[in-house]
Design a protein around this ligand. Structure first.
Ligand SMILES: [Zn+2]
Length: 123
């Protein structure tokens, strides 16, 4: 069982993925999206209002918000790298550089062998 808390990694995303979008790029994409939506109908205006809530450490949480999507991608990639690092430290020969897939399951969604059928997949 892994013991790493993967919510924070000790590196910057650009150190491991130099072409990962920068915060400035996400901010510019956010501004462009807001400008485009401001020309839209009432529904678009509602989305603009939601996106306007996204500032600093107060995220709007919208799935179309470039800043929130970047934050989620950054968090998940850093978490995966931290997990890989922990696995590799525990068993250096167990992971090769040929690993191409990764799946993660939150602790609260873990099931004992033979009990996966009890998972509620309709959420
Ligand atoms: Zn946002």
């Amino acid at each position: 069982m892994l013991t790493t808390t993967t919510s924070r990694a000790n590196f910057f995303i650009q150190d491991v993925w130099p072409k990962f979008e920068t915060e400035q790029q996400a901010i510019e994409r956010h501004a462009t999206l807001v400008r485009q939506l401001q020309k839209g109908d009432h529904s678009a205006q509602q989305v603009v209002a939601k996106l306007a809530e996204c500032r600093g450490h107060r995220r709007c949480g919208s799935p179309i918000c470039p800043m929130c999507v970047r934050a989620i991608r950054r968090w998940s990639i850093c978490g995966m790298i931290a997990c890989f690092n922990e696995l590799f430290a525990a068993n250096p020969s167990g992971l090769s550089d040929k690993t191409v897939r990764f799946s993660a399951i939150p602790r609260e969604e873990q099931y004992r062998e033979g009990e996966l059928f009890t998972a509620d997949l309709w959420v």
